[in-house]
Design a protein around this ligand. Structure first.
Ligand code: FAD
Ligand code: NAI
Length: 471
């Protein structure tokens, strides 16, 4: 391929892009990855999954020491104090270690990091920091950015109205944090600051939290977050915000319209979603038009309509999740190399890392019922409460349940949902079972180690056929 500088150029070094670049290099292709940030790893490692999980973990430890959870098990701590700079320092260290880890992997696999933002100058050509680069295949992995809310101006520097990046970097615990958007970011970061001492109010436009998740899970989650002290303002929209000194005043209205009211806060987190990021890429130069939602459409193999241009991750349709982007990164590199790279988009687990964790894979009960109705079939549902799981009970973690949805005729599992302290880990088994086309009977007759939270999955599978043991 002497005509091009590279066989593969990946634009963006998030979990989609850096994984695609490494896999392409592993497959013997001469590969470069353009990234404009100072460090590799994209949203996920720099301002997403990793820093949020560091704060979630630290705040869990603080709460366990502070609220008597440790004392209940005989661990005496004395006066518990928060040292926020230390917590933020530990977060920064994790980010540094992991982003440098990607840099190491690039070197190890001989992926060239082209530092700067790439802009198309032709279908096989870009400019990175003013330098022309050509490649036979170009993979767009430019990810997503925060969705702005009209009338609510984010200023992360001031630290009063912030987005997720600002909320990860607060240097003080707010007295009253108002979260706009009861989705994944709002609940995870709302939980962090609530545990560290803030009063948290979540304002959500819809009548339930966590859109897209199973209905029963959404209801149970709301109950649990309320019990933990979060105030939930469902079916409510924010129509404006003003900042005076260190205080923000929000204007709220019922989602369906009606009388406005105001709400004061010393910190506001705007978390109403993210949108595909294609700004400054020069897609018009190659004639690639994003869809109505600003996303790049691809075929099943991640090819765009433009020859030699591929796209993966948050910038294409589908859930905006790091593991989905990573799997697409592997698949696109394999497809470029002439192998068969496939991602099963029906089996992508999703996890909300609150306490308890909330996780799901496959169809919700509502979607499964709807689908069954269309085809004249039916579904069966089995549920098992964590309260009846011996390990959860022993650990004093009674909240939540596991729910399995199966086809009534074939017994094939269509969806698995869990609210449990370890739901994020438990859901891996569920995804594997679904990937292998398991029936609920297959799961019910699989030996699960005792005592583990995962036994609740086995019992929920037994419940599909009406016969759990411990209920
Ligand atoms: P990104 O990670 O967004 O990476 C894209 C990269 O492309 C960026 O580094 C950007 O600088 C670069 N770029 C953009 N344009 C150009 C250009 N023209 N030239 C060069 N480089 C460019 N997902 C999970 O699965 N689990 C979680 O726990 C989780 N937690 C999250 C917490 C927060 C607070 C946020 C905001 C997100 C979280 N996500 C989580 C979502 C996850 O971060 C994304 O789904 C994932 O990062 C998407 O990967 P990507 O490679 O498509 O894009
Ligand atoms: P989200 O889509 O999860 O939630 C946004 C919420 O805001 C929705 O409930 C929506 O109804 C609500 N909303 C929209 N407009 C509103 C308005 N004007 N007023 C009040 N509420 C409004 O988006 P979020 O939380 O910003 O996260 C963005 C993405 O990042 C998600 O797609 C998610 O997949 C990803 N992410 C994943 C994590 C994980 O896997 N654990 C953690 C954090 C983010």
């Amino acid at each position: 391929m002497a005509d091009y500088d590279y066989d593969v150029l990946v634009i963006g070094a998030g979990p989609g892009g850096y994984v695609a670049a490494i896999r392409a290099a592993q497959l013997g292709l001469k590969t470069a990855c353009a990234e404009g940030r100072e460090t590799l790893g994209g949203t996920c490692l720099n301002v997403g999954c990793i820093p949020s999980k560091a704060l979630l973990h630290g705040s869990e430890l603080f709460e366990e020491a502070h609220d008597g959870t440790l004392a209940k098990f005989g661990v005496k701590t004395g006066k518990v104090e928060l040292d926020l700079p230390v917590l933020q320092g530990e977060k920064a260290l994790a980010v540094k270690e992991l982003t440098q880890g990607v840099e190491f992997l690039f070197k190890k696999n001989k992926v060239d990091w082209l530092k700067g933002y790439a802009k198309f100058t032709g279908p096989h050509a870009v400019e990175v920091a003013g330098k022309p680069v050509t490649a036979k295949h170009i993979v767009i992995a430019t990810g997503s950015s925060v969705m702005p809310l009209a009338g609510v101006a984010v200023d992360n520097g001031a630290g009063i109205i912030v987005d997720s990046t600002g909320a990860l970097a607060l240097t003080r615990v707010p007295q009253h944090l108002v979260v706009i958007g009861g989705g994944v970011i709002g609940l995870e970061l709302g939980s962090v600051w609530r545990r560290l001492g803030a009063k948290v109010t979540v304002v959500e436009f819809m009548d339930q939290l966590l859109p897209g998740m199973d209905g029963e899970v959404r209801k149970e989650a709301a109950k649990i977050f309320k019990k933990q002290g979060m105030e939930l303002r469902l079916s409510t929209k924010v129509t404006g915000a003003s900042v005076k000194g260190k205080k923000a005043t929000l204007t709220l209205e019922p989602a369906a319209g009606g009388t406005a009211e105001t709400l004061d806060a010393d910190c506001v987190l705007v978390a109403i979603g993210r949108r595909a990021h294609t700004e400054g890429l020069g897609l018009d130069v190659i004639g690639l038009a994003p869809n109505a939602r600003g996303q790049i459409e691809t075929d099943h193999d991640f090819r765009t309509p433009i020859d030699g241009v591929w796209a993966i991750g948050d910038v294409i349709p589908g859930p905006m999740l790091a593991h989905k982007a990573e799997d697409e990164g592997i698949a696109v590199a394999e497809n470029i190399a002439g192998l068969t790279g496939i991602v099963n988009h029906d089996v992508i687990p999703g996890v909300v890392y609150t306490t308890p964790e909330i996780a799901g894979v496959g169809l919700t009960e509502e979607a499964a019922r709807e689908k069954a109705k269309e085809s004249g079939g039916d579904i069966k549902v089995g549920k098992f409460p964590m309260l009846a799981n011996s390990r959860a009970k022993t650990n004093r973690e009674p909240d939540g349940f596991v729910k399995i949805i199966a086809d009534a005729k074939t017994d094939r599992v269509l969806g698995i949902w869990a609210i449990a302290t370890l739901a994020g880990t438990m859901i891996a088994e569920a995804a594997l079972a679904m990937e292998f086309g398991a029936t609920s009977e297959d799961i019910a007759y699989t030996c699960h180690a005792h005592p583990t939270h995962s036994e609740a999955i086995k019992e929920a599978a037994m419940a599909v056929r009406g016969k759990p043991i411990h209920m």
